[in-house]
Design a protein around this ligand. Structure first.
Ligand code: NAD
Length: 493
């Protein structure tokens, strides 16, 4: 990778964002909003605000395109070819997309390259390949009848996504939805829309027909709400906060009972037993588990539970490992911790630290804003020890670079503490005991349990939460269940 190429791309002006409705780029009826780069607090460009009327046109066009059948009834092999072309284009424009995304949301460039265009292209390829390999079924009925099970596209999919990994999370939803033959109306986050607008340009270039893929940008409470209330939307797929997830369920109840699949937040426990095979490696992994992308990762290991006999030594090793990770300009290849996404998010992170101290937690590292002179939004990686189950920092998701540390004495206590949260997204367990690892996998209420590692991912492996971390799964063939309906045919022979 070449820093000079990144710098050249980062110096280019960013065109203003418009809406993609029915295959045409249009202005929003709700005016425009400036896009603030978290790198330096400066205005990068503007985004169009889609009004409820704009959203209604987008959903109606999506419905019309679905009914017309140019995409929905095309042979799976034809859709596959278009989605492969889109993956090719994403790869061809990978550096451009990564730099644009970093300027928009502040993720470290070395991570953005891998997690954003890299993962999005792989996701489009995976579902392009899957779609002509998923068959219907013939049920084992009595011999005088035939029970056929068809898998059909659901119709119009509304997708609402967050700001932390917009391309990757967007692709997790758009790729299986399009592969299955649906039309999509996408609503990106206010502070991370630019790469998804560029993706939409590439989708048109790849040959996705007009109206099949639409993008409406704008405020959640206006544009997102209109999409979630739309009678034209059959299924709503969402990644974001629990508070918004609750609203979406209400909108569904108030409108057409559209199905809602929610990928929500986490307060994931990373549990270190004294018998961990390599405590130094565990300390390094615990640091990256919470501090990469400035903690703005849904599965971040944000609660560290450490067996008391190794607690003090482990916290010292963790502080030493973290000391090498400094926040910096996310466009620099050497930066390990990028910017916090917005000023509001930064203020919220600092409030969490103040509340933790007021409740008796001890800040052993960080706790402060960093690089304020840049005008950007940065925070020192922060470790708070002595966090008890009643504390706010133990229960609520920060979605920032703030780690809560809590000691435990027994395996049972570790399980109790780990599960003492409304969330159930991810967990980590560090132990040399195979039996303990399997006991923990069974006992932890989480969608994914990592053992002697933290945060690995692959498009072949489903990601989803339990409890208030949501329902349904992104990635893997299981994701197709959200974008297809079963229809049975009963035939008398
Ligand atoms: P958010 O809920 O504030 O916003 C997410 C999206 O919802 C944005 O596009 C926003 O505009 C839209 N929105 C907001 N209010 C809305 C409304 N009333 N109606 C319709 N749409 C509305 O979340 P965020 O701050 O962008 O993202 C951070 C959250 O996402 C964290 O809780 C994080 O854990 C979670 N997350 C979860 C996963 C996962 O896979 N489980 C992945 C990434 C992020």
């Amino acid at each position: 990778m070449d820093q000079a190429a990144i710098d050249r791309l980062a110096a280019q002006p960013v065109p203003k964002g418009r809406l993609l409705i029915g295959g045409a780029w249009v202005e929003g009826q709700g005016g425009e909003t400036p896009v603030i780069s978290p790198i330096d607090g400066r205005i990068l460009t503007t985004l169009a605000n889609a009004s409820p009327e704009d959203v209604a046109r987008a959903t109606a066009d999506a419905r019309a395109a679905f009914e017309a059948g140019r995409w929905s009834r095309a042979a799976p092999a034809a859709r596959k070819a278009v989605l492969h072309r889109l993956a090719d284009l994403i790869e061809r424009h990978a550096l451009e997309l990564a730099v644009l995304g970093v300027r928009d949301n502040g993720t470290e460039i070395f991570m953005a390259l891998k997690a954003e265009p890299g993962s999005a292209a792989g996701t489009f390829r995976y579902y392009a390949e899957a779609i002509d390999k998923v068959y219907g079924e013939i049920a084992p009925t009595a011999p005088n009848v035939l029970g056929l099970v068809h898998r059909e596209a659901v119709g119009v999919v509304g997708a609402i996504v967050p700001w932390n990994f917009p391309l990757m999370i967007g692709a997790w939803k758009i790729a299986p939805a399009l592969a299955a033959g649906n039309s999509v109306v996408l609503k990106p986050a206010e502070t991370a829309s630019l790469t998804l607008l560029r993706l939409a340009e590439l989708a048109i270039e790849a040959g996705v027909p007009p109206g099949v893929f639409n993008v409406v940008t704008g405020p959640g409470r206006v544009t997102g709400e209109a999409l979630a209330l739309s009678p034209d939307v059959d299924v709503l797929v969402f990644t974001g906060s629990g508070a918004t997830g609750r609203r979406l369920l209400e909108y569904s109840a108030r409108s057409n009972l559209k199905r809602c699949y929610l990928e929500l937040g986490g307060k994931s426990p990373n549990i270190v037993f004294a018998d961990a095979p390599d405590l130094a490696a565990a300390a390094k992994a615990a640091a990256t588990a919470i501090f990469r992308n400035a903690g703005q990762v849904c599965v971040a290991g944000s609660r560290l539970l450490v067996e008391r006999s190794v607690h003090d030594a482990f916290v010292a090793a963790l502080c030493a490992a973290t000391a090498t990770m400094r926040p910096g300009n996310p466009l620099h290849l050497s930066t390990q911790i990028g910017a916090v996404n917005s000023e509001t998010q930064l203020a919220g992170n600092l409030r969490f630290v103040a509340d933790a101290q007021a409740e008796g937690g001890q800040v052993v590292l960080g706790g402060t804003r960093a690089l304020a002179e840049t005008g950007g939004f940065y925070m020192d990686p922060t470790i708070v020890a002595g966090v008890a189950p009643g504390h706010r920092l133990f229960r609520e998701e920060v979605f920032g670079p703030v780690l809560a540390v809590t000691p435990f004495d027994t395996e049972d206590e570790a399980i109790r503490l780990a599960n003492a949260t409304d969330y159930g997204l991810a967990a980590g367990v560090w132990t040399a005991s195979l039996a303990r690892a399997h006991r923990m996998i069974r006992a932890l209420r989480a969608g994914v349990v990592h053992v002697n590692t933290y945060g690995g991912t692959d498009v072949t492996v489903p990601l989803g939460g339990v409890k208030q971390s949501g329902n349904g799964h992104d990635k893997s063939l299981h994701a197709l269940e959200k974008y297809t309906d079963l229809k049975t045919a009963w035939i008398q022979l």
